[in-house]
Design a protein around this ligand. Structure first.
Ligand code: FAD
Length: 377
């Protein structure tokens, strides 16, 4: 029997826990910093077929279709005049039982929690120290010490456990962008639509069959260290209104009047992939590598990574990071390229981008290379 500590109960940690739950050779406990899960929030998440395939293996296909949406297309739209430039048929990457899916994050978390006994989740706890002996001695913030065969770190982009284990300070870097999200009213389109503006883009997609829509915008914005350290800034009404104003001034849709449950936060990404070689300690999800969000792959990659790690531990292999490096690089440059292309400002660059987009979105070879490689492999 192998004893495993999972640090952090986000998408990556909970997916891994679902795999461990089904194996009699593993015993595991989850340690989560927050006091409880937020199972009410209505914000959305897009999941491509690579992660849907893995989620279906643990019963995702049994979820009620009312709580899910299956967009057929990704539309590229000029935010300023609402003119559609082109679209991608994302159906082509689906197979008979796995479809590109959009849903509420809370629906996903509820599903991931379904098969995990409450007794296996310890809330209000953080990892404080690890001692290395025959086993891994983990010291926790509630002054308990426990022995494990493996420690899996899945505590997200700001992973404090990473610094503890690496024995040096590791922090993500500010991506000079801010995210603004909410639920949008008076909108009706079953596709994923990407509205591109100058120095911002926003994406709207359905999160269920009830015509509830998620709005997420990425706005280029440089903030000082002091502003980033000020947690209240992102709740400040003037700040939120100025972000909304940036979008509204340059957008055909009246976002300001139709957005509810608005939340803003700064975007941080991994500066580089740091492989920390400590025997039987592994990193997954955003704690391993956090991507810019413009390719909507972070959660799907988190699920893939947890699945890879599980197979490695189960089969006693030592190739986990070797296999992930290429995929991380592939997703990272695509995410950065999307971010750049979605935010162009100069009219000539926009003109050229739109011609390229029209051509590339109908080019099978390009689509297979740019998306198929990530969604199918
Ligand atoms: C604006 C935006 C939009 C996005 N949209 C999409 C999308 O549409 N599709 C997609 O695939 N991805 C998307 N992503 C990325 C995706 O949200 C993340 O990649 C994913 O949530 C990472 O999961 P995780 O489990 O690694 O981390 P998290 O989900 O962040 O979970 C980490 C968990 O660890 C806990 N924790 C933190 N510190 C500690 C500690 N010290 N000890 C114990 N527990 C701790 C946290 O409370 C949390 O529960 C988006 C990201 C952003 C910023």
């Amino acid at each position: 029997m192998k004893n495993i500590a999972v640090i952090g109960a986000g998408i990556s940690g909970l997916y891994l826990a679902n795999l461990l739950e089904k194996e009699i050779d593993f015993e595991y406990k989850i340690y989560e910093k927050r006091s409880k899960f937020n199972l009410e929030e209505g914000y959305g998440i897009q999941l491509s077929v690579n992660s849907i395939k893995l989620l279906n293996k643990i019963g995702f296909k049994n979820l009620s279709v009312h709580d899910l949406s299956y967009p057929k297309r990704v539309n590229f739209v000029d935010a300023k005049n609402n003119n559609k430039i082109c679209d991608i048929d994302i159906n082509k990457f689906n197979d008979e039982s796995n479809y590109y899916t959009t849903l509420k994050r809370s629906t996903l978390i509820k599903f991931l929690l379904d098969d995990i006994p409450d007794s296996k989740i310890n809330h209000n706890i953080e990892l404080k120290k690890v001692e290395y002996g025959e086993k891994l001695n983990a010291h926790f913030s509630n002054n308990t010490i426990e022995n494990f065969d493996y420690i899996i770190v899945s505590d997200g982009v700001f992973s404090n456990s990473k610094s503890i284990i690496a024995e040096k300070h590791i922090a993500p870097k500010f991506f000079k962008s801010v995210a603004l999200r909410g639920n949008i009213k008076n909108y009706d389109n079953p596709d994923v639509s990407i509205f591109m503006g100058s120095n911002f883009h926003f994406v709207i997609y359905p999160v269920n069959q009830n015509k509830d829509y998620n709005f997420i915008s990425i706005i280029r914005k440089n903030l000082s260290k002091e502003q980033l350290a000020d947690e209240k800034l992102f709740e400040n009404n003037d700040f939120l209104q100025s972000l909304l104003g940036t979008i509204n001034q340059n957008s055909f849709l009246d976002i300001k009047s139709n957005l509810e449950n608005i939340k803003a936060f700064p975007i941080f990404v991994s500066e580089k992939l740091e492989i920390i070689n400590k025997k039987n300690i592994f990193f997954v999800g955003d704690a391993l590598f956090s991507f810019p969000p413009s390719f909507a792959q972070g959660a799907s990659q988190s699920i893939e990574t947890s699945n890879d790690l599980f197979q490695n531990i189960k089969n006693n292999n030592d190739i986990f990071y070797k296999e992930r490096i290429n995929k991380i690089n592939s997703v990272n440059w695509r995410s950065k390229l999307n971010h750049f292309a979605f935010h162009l400002k100069n009219p000539l660059s926009i003109f050229i981008r739109n011609i390229c987009l029209k051509y590339l979105t109908k080019n099978e070879k390009f689509l297979e290379n740019y998306l198929g490689k990530i969604y199918r492999d």
